[in-house]
Design a protein around this ligand. Structure first.
Ligand code: PHE
Length: 449
C-alpha cells in the first residue's frame, strides 16, 4: 500500500488479498471464536458459523467490495453516492460507531497479548496448573497494568496509521501471518497427544442439531460478521483502495476460506486442552488466555513458544485494528475534511476512552453493569451481534435490490476483463437469503417469532 494525501492505494492484487486477510484474521479467530463456540455448545455453533460465513459472509464481502471499489469512498460516501444522504447517514453512522466500539474492547484484549508476551519473555508466567492459570489471568488483567497495555497498543496502532509505515506492517504481516499459521498447525499436532483430544474434537465437530437454539444462531451470525469484518464498512473501505484488477469474487472467497481455516485451527487447539485440563468451555472471554498457557507449560521450551505465539497474535491484532480504524479515519478525512493526522488522533482518542472503560470492566468496574453486562461485554455484544448484522442486512438489500446490475457486474468482472459466472446466485443471496436469514434470526431472538 502506498500513501498519498489522505488515502492509501494497494498496488498489487496480492497486496489487496494480504491486507484483506490481515483485517479478517485476528483476535476474532483465535480469541473470540473459541469462547463463543464454548459458550454455545461447540458443534452446533460450528455448523451454523460455517454456513453463515459461506452463505451470508461471502456474498456480503462481494457486495461491500463492489460498493467500496466502485465508489472509491468511505462507508458514508459510498452509500451517499449510490443511495443518497439519508441512507448514508444511517448506514454510515452505524458503521462508524460500531467500529469505534470494537476498537475499544479489541484493544483491551490485544493489550493482554502484550502482557502475556512480555511475561513469557521474562519467565514471569506460572501456569503449572489450571488454578494457577486462572489466578495468573486475574492478576494480569486487573489493576492498572491492563490500562497501560491498552494504551500502549493504541499508541502502536496510531503510529502505524500516521507514520505511513503501513507498507512496513504489510510486509511484516506477509511474513508473520504464514508463521502464525504454521505455529497454529504445530499446536494442532500437539493437541493430538493430549488426553482430552477425543472429547475436545467431539465437542467442536460433532454436529448436534438439537442444540441449535436461537441463541446459538444469533451468536454464530455475530461471530461470522465479526470474523470477516463485515457490515460496518471495514471491507468496503479497504476495497476503496483496491486496484481495478483485484478480482473481487476471488478475493472474497480466499478471505473466507483462510479466515475460517484459522478459526477451525484455533478450535482444534483449544478444546482438547479444555477437556484435558478440566477447564470449563463456557469460561467466556477469558477462555483462551487461561487455556493456552497450560498448553505451553507442557511443551519443551514452553516460554519460547508462548512468547512467539503472543507476539504473532499481537501483530495479527494490529493488522485488524488498522483496518477497523480506517473506517472512521477515512470518514473524518473525506466527509469532514480533516487532515489524516487529526482524524487519526480523534479516532484513537475515542478508542482510548472506550478502551480504558472496557479494561476496567475486569477490575474496578466489574460490578458496573448495563443490562447485566459489563461495559466490555456490552460493547462486544452491541457491535458484533447487532450493529454488524444490521449493517449487513442494509448492505444486502441495498446492493441486491437497488444498485444497478451493470455496476455490480462491472465490479465483479473488473470491467468485463473476464467472466463472473456466479452473478445470479450472488444476487439471489443478496436479495433473499441474506436479508431473510438475518431477519428471521433477529425475530427469533427477540421472541417475536
Ligand atoms: N475481523 C477481525 C478479527 O477477526 C475484527 C474486525 C472487526 C476487523 C471489524 C475490522 C473490522 O479479529
Amino acid at each position: 500500500m502506498s500513501q498519498n494525501n489522505s488515502r492509501a492505494v494497494f498496488t498489487t492484487r496480492f497486496g489487496a488479498i494480504a491486507t484483506t486477510v490481515g483485517s479478517a484474521v485476528g483476535l476474532g479467530n483465535i480469541w473470540r471464536f473459541p469462547y463463543e463456540a464454548g459458550v454455545h455448545g461447540g458443534g452446533a455453533f460450528m455448523i451454523c458459523y460455517l454456513a453463515f460465513v459461506f452463505l451470508i459472509g461471502v456474498p456480503l464481502l462481494c457486495a461491500e467490495f463492489c460498493m467500496g471499489r466502485g465508489t472509491r469512498s468511505n462507508i458514508f460516501g459510498a452509500y451517499r453516492k449510490l443511495g443518497g444522504p439519508h441512507l448514508a447517514r444511517f448506514a454510515g453512522t452505524l458503521g462508524i460507531v460500531a467500529s469505534l466500539m470494537i476498537l475499544s474492547f479489541y484493544s483491551v484484549v490485544a493489550g493482554w497479548t502484550v502482557e502475556y508476551c512480555l511475561s513469557s519473555l521474562t519467565g514471569g508466567l506460572d501456569f503449572s496448573d489450571t488454578a494457577a492459570g486462572h489466578g495468573q489471568f486475574v492478576s494480569l488483567t486487573t489493576g492498572w497494568r491492563p490500562l497501560l497495555w491498552t494504551a500502549v497498543f493504541l499508541v502502536a496502532n496510531f503510529v502505524i496509521l500516521i507514520s505511513g509505515v503501513t507498507k512496513g506492517i504489510e510486509r511484516a504481516s506477509n511474513v508473520m501471518m504464514p508463521i502464525l499459521f504454521l505455529l497454529l498447525v504445530a499446536f494442532c499436532i500437539n493437541s493430538f497427544f493430549l488426553p482430552g483430544f477425543g472429547d475436545g474434537m467431539r465437542f467442536i465437530f460433532a454436529p448436534d442439531f438439537s442444540k441449535i437454539t436461537p441463541q446459538v444462531l444469533f451468536g454464530a451470525l455475530g461471530q461470522a460478521f465479526f470474523s470477516l469484518s463485515l457490515g460496518i464498512g471495514g471491507m468496503m473501505t479497504y476495497a476503496s483502495y483496491f486496484s481495478d484488477k483485484s478480482r473481487l469474487g476471488r478475493t472474497a472467497m480466499t478471505t473466507a476460506l483462510l479466515d475460517s481455516a484459522v478459526a477451525i485451527l484455533a478450535g482444534v487447539i483449544i478444546f482438547p486442552a479444555v477437556f484435558s485440563f478440566g477447564i470449563s468451555p463456557q469460561a467466556g472471554p477469558t477462555l483462551v488466555f487461561e487455556v493456552l498457557p497450560n498448553i505451553f507449560d507442557r511443551l519443551p521450551g514452553g516460554m519460547i513458544w508462548s512468547t512467539l505465539f503472543f507476539l504473532l497474535l499481537f501483530l495479527a491484532s494490529l493488522t485488524s485494528t488498522v483496518s477497523m480504524s480506517e473506517i472512521s479515519i477515512s470518514y473524518f478525512c473525506e466527509e469532514k475534511k480533516m487532515s489524516r493526522t487529526r482524524a487519526t488522533v480523534l479516532s484513537s482518542a475515542i478508542a482510548l476512552a472506550g478502551g480504558l472503560l472496557c479494561a476496567m470492566s475486569f477490575g474496578v468496574m466489574s460490578d458496573f453493569t448495563i443490562f447485566g453486562m459489563t461495559v466490555f461485554d456490552l460493547f462486544d455484544y452491541v457491535a458484533s451481534n447487532f450493529c454488524m448484522p444490521v449493517g449487513g442486512f442494509v448492505c444486502a438489500v441495498f446492493v441486491g435490490w437497488f444498485v444497478d446490475r451493470k455496476f455490480i457486474k462491472d465490479q465483479l468482472t473488473d470491467y468485463e476483463a473476464y467472466r463472473f459466472p456466479l452473478l445470479r446466485p450472488l444476487r439471489f443471496c443478496l436479495r433473499w437469503l441474506c436479508p431473510v436469514a438475518i431477519l428471521l434470526i433477529f425475530l427469533n431472538i427477540t421472541g417475536i417469532l
